[in-house]
Design a protein around this ligand. Structure first.
Ligand code: OGA
Ligand code: NI
Length: 364
C-alpha cells in the first residue's frame, strides 16, 4: 500500500528509488550526502528507550578454546563455561584461541571491504533480492518490510546447503578468502556444536546429527560512516533466526547486546570471534540457551565491517523440530511445539527486524 504523508513523503517510492540505485548506502555516502534520508529514520523515541550500561561489571564472557580436544578436565571446564555463563545467561560470548589464524580473519575483513569498495558497476551485477540466488549483494534484506532502513549494505553467500554455491559464483575480489574462511568457520562450528551438546547433557554429536550445521549463510556487512548517527541504526535491535552465529568484527565497535535490560558493548578483541545463540537453538534447547537481542549503532566514523556466519538446519524437507526429547521431563515440559523450519522462517521473515524474533507464535 502506498503511504503518502502530509509533507508529501512517499516511503514506498523512496525505498524503491533507493533500491533501484543498486549502490546501497555506500552509494549515498559516495555521492556526498550530508543528511540521513527519511527512509532511514528510526521512529521517534525508539532509540533511547533502553538505557546503555556504563557499568563495567558487565562484560561478555570470553572463552579460550585452547586444549578443547585435549584432556577431559580442560574440556569439561570449557563446556561448563559455554553452557552456564555464556548461553543461558548472556546468549553471547567471545571465543579466543579458536584455531583460525589472525591472518585469515584480517584477510576476510579485507575481502569484504574490497567487495564493497570495488567499482560500483561490477558490484551492481550482484545486486538482487531473489532468494533463490546463492550470492546476493543488497542493502537491507528487509527494506520493504521494516519501519526504518539501516545504515548498512551486505553481501550474502549461501556457502553450505544441499546445493551450495560454486567458488566461481563468488565475486572475484573475495572468492579465495571467502572459501578459506568458510572452511575454517565450519570446523570451529562443529566444535562449538559439540560443546553446546555436551553443555545440554546430550551426546556430543547430537546437534550436528540433528542437522544444525547443514546450512551456512555468510553475510559480509559494510557499515559506511553516517552523517547523523543519532537518527538511524546500523542494525536494528533483533534476535538471530538460526542455531548459532559466528561473527567476526573489525576494530570500529558499535555492536551491543541486551543484558539485564541494558545495552552492553561487545568489545573489539583482536583475534576473537563472537558467538551467539539464535532462536532455533533456544527452541530445541527448550529455553536453556537464549536468543538474545542485539543491535549495531551507527557512527560518524567508518566504514565498519563485520562478517556473520549463520548456521542452521535446512528449510527443505518434512522433519519437525521441537525441544530435544531427552531434555524434557515433568519438571521441564516442552515450551514449544514441533515445527517445520520453513514455517518458522516464514514467520521470522514476515516482518522487518523488530526485536521480537520468530518464536512467540510457536509457544505451547
Ligand atoms: C547480524 C548481526 C552484527 C554485526 O548480522 O545478525 O547481528 O556486528 N550483525 O554486524
Ligand atoms: Ni544478529
Amino acid at each position: 500500500m502506498e503511504t503518502v504523508n502530509m509533507a508529501g513523503y512517499n516511503r514506498t517510492s523512496e525505498l524503491k528509488a533507493f533500491d533501484d540505485t543498486k549502490a546501497g548506502v555506500k552509494g549515498l555516502v559516495d555521492g556526498g550526502i550530508t543528511k540521513v534520508p527519511q527512509i532511514f529514520h528510526q521512529p521517534p523515541g525508539k532509540l533511547k528507550k533502553i538505557p546503555v550500561s556504563n557499568d563495567s561489571q558487565f562484560s561478555i564472557p570470553v572463552i579460550a578454546l585452547e586444549g578443547v580436544k585435549g584432556d577431559p578436565t580442560t574440556r569439561k571446564e570449557i563446556v561448563d563455561k559455554v553452557g552456564d555463563a555464556a548461553c543461558a545467561d548472556w546468549g553471547f560470548f567471545q571465543v579466543i584461541n579458536h584455531g583460525i589464524p589472525a591472518s585469515v580473519l584480517d584477510e576476510m575483513i579485507d575481502g569484504i571491504r574490497k567487495f564493497h569498495e570495488q567499482d560500483t558497476e561490477i558490484k551492481k551485477g550482484f545486486y538482487t533480492r531473489d532468494p533463490s540466488r546463492k550470492v546476493l549483494y543488497l542493502s537491507n534484506y528487509d527494506l520493504f518490510k521494516s519501519k526504518a532502513a539501516n545504515w548498512r549494505d551486505s553481501l550474502g553467500c549461501v556457502m553450505v546447503c544441499d546445493n551450495p554455491l560454486q567458488p566461481a559464483d563468488l565475486p572475484q575480489v573475495c572468492r579465495d578468502i571467502v572459501m578459506d574462511y568458510t572452511k575454517q568457520v565450519m570446523t570451529l562450528s562443529f566444535t562449538l556444536l559439540e560443546l553446546l551438546s555436551e553443555a545440554l547433557g546430550v551426546n556430543p554429536g547430537c546437534l550436528k546429527d540433528m542437522g544444525c550445521a547443514d546450512l551456512m549463510f555468510l553475510m559480509g556487512h559494510y557499515y559506511p560512516p553516517c552523517p547523523q548517527p543519532e537518527l538511524t541504526m546500523a542494525t536494528t535491535n533483533h534476535k538471530d533466526s538460526n542455531i548459532i552465529t559466528v561473527l567476526l568484527q573489525d576494530q570500529m565497535g558499535g555492536l551491543q547486546v541486551l543484558h539485564q535490560n541494558q545495552w552492553v558493548d561487545v568489545p573489539c578483541r583482536p583475534g576473537a570471534l563472537v558467538v551467539n545463540v539464535g532462536d532455533l537453538l533456544q527452541l530445541i534447547s527448550n529455553d536453556k540457551f537464549k536468543s538474545v537481542n542485539h543491535r549495531v549503532l551507527a557512527k560518524r566514523t567508518g566504514p565498519r565491517i563485520s562478517v556473520a556466519c549463520f548456521l542452521r538446519m535446512s528449510e527443505n524437507g518434512s522433519r519437525l523440530y521441537g525441544p530435544i526429547k531427552d531434555l524434557l521431563s515433568e519438571n521441564n515440559p516442552p515450551i514449544y511445539r514441533d515445527i517445520l523450519i520453513k514455517d518458522y522462517l516464514s514467520e521470522y521473515y514476515s516482518k522487518g527486524l523488530d526485536g521480537t524474533g520468530g518464536l512467540p507464535n510457536f509457544k505451547l
